[in-house]
Design a protein around this ligand. Structure first.
Ligand SMILES: Nc1ncnc2c1ncn2[C@@H]1O[C@H](COP(=O)(O)OP(=O)(O)O)[C@@H](O)[C@H]1O
Ligand SMILES: [Mg+2]
Length: 435
């Protein structure tokens, strides 16, 4: 159990030669852009050895025992960050601490972490017991003090263990170390409810069972930190929800610091003590799930977290508290006076979550929209609509399940003004978070 600190971390890969030669010369290529930078430390003249910067200025502190979720779209650098913490990649810049140790140059096995991957990575020729025991046999874990002294003459014991393993239980030779391992494996198997599977081979397991074995292998080693990279992606929806809950429960029970990577915002919202939202190699916001939902720092976070996503409309700001759109005008509640006080631009992004519309009547404060799609899920109904005067626009709207509307129908929506979000037109930062 330990705190993990990621400080000012950068990771870049050399741009592939083929990419360098084929890349068209654009205005963007001539000035240092956000995604392609020159690595200054290399001492090479600019433009000769461009690097693709995968991660930039990553700062993240995961508290001891905390469950931190890294979430972001595919390719944003989540796995790269996790692999840097694990020691499977080398840092381009910055520092990583696990507990009170600076681990920048430590190999993975000395970092006291256990990783769980999407593809389980079980040894196909070993049964469940031996898969879980594997990491314990390789280290001195599961071994008492006496065991350490025995280590040097351990080859004979190992031979006895190996040759008698397939015999009936009472004829098997168990060294002290093997006894401790056996206890640990059984304890973990009980935690994960896979005791009945210990003698099976991976090919005899379902996806969900395989994933539990992979988790068991990580837990058995009792590491300081769990690193999990999309471990539930291969499971069907129902099993995913079950295993999700089980992982959270286990982590609470064990109190082991966990860093969990996913592209799924539902997993992020339901599992994390805090969520770090990433995009294009940078952290956008770190906060507890509901704070991310209610106070997204920028338009990206607002759109990524929440399903269906938040709607955005470009509006004109009419100081001090007015906003106007070609189809409606609104006066914002007083609490917006301060955030808007120093806003000098005309244009703003108005953000509205699907659940913050109300069905209403025609009027100046209402949006007139045409229904394109109705998705009645039983407990909720979602509509896809467009503004009457803007055929290209799309808004997602949640309405009560007992309201029936037809495709092609014109309906009128009011906006719950207490729940709106405003983002600057240029940087797309939230005006609330900015002030
Ligand atoms: N070894 C590598 N060499 C070059 N580029 C890489 C390498 N590994 C990953 N990348 C690139 O880094 C970016 C981030 O990858 P990754 O961390 O796997 O994203 P995520 O896990 O968020 O989907 C991707 O654009 C990927 O193509
Ligand atoms: Mg990944």
């Amino acid at each position: 159990m330990a705190k993990v600190i990621v400080e000012n971390v950068y990771k870049s890969y050399p741009r592939r030669r083929a990419e360098q030669e084929l890349a068209p010369v654009t205005a963007e290529a001539l000035v240092p852009s956000q995604s392609v930078v020159q690595v200054e430390q290399s001492g090479q003249p600019p433009n000769r050895s461009p690097q693709v910067n995968i991660l930039r200025n990553i700062n993240l502190t995961v508290e001891d025992g905390e469950f931190m979720v890294l979430v972001g779209p595919s390719g944003c650098g989540k796995s790269t960050l996790l692999r840097l913490i694990a020691g499977l990649e080398t840092l381009t810049g910055g520092n990583i601490w696990i507990g009170d140790r600076l681990v920048n140059h430590l190999p993975p096995k000395e970092r006291d972490i256990a990783m769980v991957f999407q593809n389980y990575a079980l040894y196909p020729h070993l049964n469940v017991y031996d898969n879980i025991a594997f990491g314990l046999r390789r280290t001195n874990q599961g071994q008492g003090d006496k065991g350490t002294r025995r280590q040097n003459r351990g080859w004979l014991e190992n031979l006895l263990v190996a040759t008698t393993r397939s015999l009936p239980k009472r004829l098997r030779y168990l060294s002290a170390k093997e006894k401790a391992i056996s206890q640990r494996v059984r304890h973990v198997a009980k935690l994960l409810q896979i005791e009945s599977l210990l003698t099976r081979l991976p090919k005899e397991l379902s996806g969900g069972q395989k994933q539990r074995v992979a988790l068991g292998r990580a837990i058995a080693r009792n590491p300081q930190v769990f690193l999990m990279d999309e471990p539930l992606s291969n499971l069907d929806a129902k099993l995913r929800a079950q295993t999700r809950a089980q992982i959270v429960q286990l982590q609470r029970q064990l109190g082991t610091t966990a860093i969990y990577v996913t592209h799924d915002q539902t997993e992020a919202m339901t599992m994390g003590d805090r969520i770090a939202v990433m995009n294009r190699g940078q952290i956008q916001q770190i906060a507890p799930p509901l704070e991310i939902y209610h106070r997204p720092a920028n338009r990206f976070v607002a759109e990524f977290i929440g399903s269906p996503p938040m709607n955005f409309l470009q509006v004109q700001f009419l100081p001090p508290l007015g906003i106007s759109h070609s189809q409606f005008r609104l006066t914002l509640p007083e609490n917006w006076a301060k955030p808007l006080q120093n806003y000098r631009e005309r244009s703003l992004w108005l953000g509205i979550r699907p659940e913050h519309f109300r069905l209403g009547v025609p009027g100046e404060h209402h949006l007139s929209v045409v229904v394109d799609l109705v998705e009645a899920l039983g407990n909720d109904t979602y509509l896809s609509v467009h503004l009457t005067e803007e055929v290209d626009s799309t808004l997602q709207v949640k309405i009560p399940p007992d309201r029936f509307v037809n495709i092609g129908e014109t309906i009128y929506l009011s906006i719950d003004l207490e729940k709106i979000h405003l983002f600057t037109a240029d940087t797309e930062e939230s005006l609330l978070v900015k002030t």
